[in-house]
Design a protein. Structure first.
Ligand code: FAD
Length: 378
């Protein structure tokens, strides 16, 4: 039996699948990675890149190197659909690629449309691959004497909070080096509910304190309705002056999922069962932010995409050999280490909270160890 396994997207789960399938190859199996980008960012280290603690290279996996090291065929192309009858992945500007089994780990797309003017005036945090380039351009702009000074983040999840704190650290350091008065900058965060709504109250209070100590204007329980070239307009009728706005609110599922005929959840994400197979097509798997675990729903976080890697690899290998796939139950709680934009972090798990520089050291160790499995493999 010859088996073509096609992995769509080089996200957090698929990098593990590449390594796992190469460690236990089947002679009749060929693995192909279809990827829009040749490097893939590791979300856990992105705030550190923005803060200036890591280089961009340290926080990215080189998919060309990883494919070469794992004997994977790499196709540098964007998937735009699935022909499930002909069993082909449809690609933009390239011939379709056939599959026996395929898996989708393509992350999520930005959803700016609920906020008027966001398309034109805001920087979307998703997809994270193109976000870093936009942030570097903003930092360069801020170093101009007439550059942006009033920075506002919209969205108070861990991504938005870490991002604003990291950007503040970096901008103030760059401003000082460029001879610009740090006091010229202002920072604000606007969020529809409480900050860090999925974390416990002690974690929220720790970050409220950090924001206060740093003079960041925190607006909770108000929604951004519109963004203009000079301000964020709130549903309370107030406005927050802004020269640059970063939006890290909920992101949406890629639009091309709708044409695949695969069952989607009510938000448009790929509905998968406990084996990570699509609920209406066992030859299609999905993992990471783009998938919705119907029986065990979890928040969209890199940690779950990472954890899905081993069961996904195992089940694809089993199915390729005609064996039954095994169910996977992701853990209900996970330890989150949320940085304050410096070498300091707050730990959150259920009702547990701790903070300190040592937790940043632990986070740094965990993140580097994870990256070490996939970097420098050529
Ligand atoms: C600033 C920030 C900080 C964060 N920090 C954390 C954190 O500390 N911990 C945590 O758990 N989560 C964090 N997150 C969330 C985390 O980024 C996501 O949950 C995670 O990236 C999801 O991984 P994924 O594998 O689903 O997709 P991604 O990492 O987005 O990977 C998708 C891949 O698919 C490729 N791709 C996309 N579309 C196509 C296509 N059509 N065809 C081919 N290839 C395609 C892309 O090039 C990309 O390589 C953070 C998010 C942000 C914005």
């Amino acid at each position: 039996m010859s088996r073509d396994i096609v992995l769509i997207g080089g996200g957090h789960a698929h990098v593990h699948v590449l390594v796992a399938l190469a460690k236990r190859p089947r002679p009749d199996m060929r693995v192909t990675l279809v990827t829009r980008d040749l490097t893939t960012p590791y979300s856990g280290m992105l705030p550190g890149v923005i803060a200036g603690i890591y280089t961009a290279e340290q926080a990215h996996i080189d998919l060309v190197q990883l494919a070469a090291a794992t004997g994977t065929r790499l196709m540098h192309a964007e998937a735009i659909g699935l022909d499930r009858v002909g069993k082909r992945v449809l690609l933009a500007g390239a011939e379709p690629v056939g599959y026996d089994l395929t898996s989708i780990d393509v992350g999520i797309a930005p959803s700016l449309s609920p906020i008027k003017g966001a398309d034109e005036h805001a920087i979307a945090v998703k997809p994270i691959g193109s976000f870093l380039a936009k942030i570097e351009a903003l930092i360069a702009d801020c170093k101009r004497t007439d550059g942006p000074r009033r920075i506002v983040a919209v969205g108070g999840g861990a991504g938005g909070v870490e991002l604003l704190l990291s950007l503040r650290t970096r901008l103030l350091a760059e401003a000082r080096a460029a001879g610009i008065e740090a006091g010229a900058f202002s920072f604000a965060l606007v969020t529809g509910g409480e900050i860090l709504a999925t974390h416990n109250a002690r974690v929220r209070d720790a970050f409220r304190r950090v924001f206060k100590e740093r003079g960041i204007d925190l607006r909770e329980n108000v929604r951004a309705q519109a963004i203009t070239a000079r301000a964020v307009l709130l549903d309370s009728g107030d406005e927050v002056a802004a020269d640059a706005v970063l939006v890290s609110t909920d992101a949406a599922a890629p639009a091309w999922f709708r044409g695949t005929g695969l069952k989607l959840d009510d938000k448009g994400f790929l509905a998968v069962g406990p084996t990570l197979q699509s609920v209406n097509d066992p030859d299609v798997f999905a993992a990471g932010d783009c998938a919705a675990l119907i029986e065990t729903p979890r928040e969209k976080a890199g940690v779950y995409a990472v954890r899905a890697g081993p069961p996904l690899a195992d089940n694809m290998r089993r199915c390729a050999g005609g064996e039954a796939p095994q169910p996977w139950v992701p853990q209900a709680k996970h330890l989150a280490l949320i940085s304050t934009g410096e070498r300091y972090a707050v730990a959150s798990r259920g009702a547990f909270k701790a903070e300190g520089a040592w937790l940043w050291t632990l986070k740094d160790w965990i993140d580097r160890r994870w990256m070490g499995q996939y970097q420098g493999k050529a």
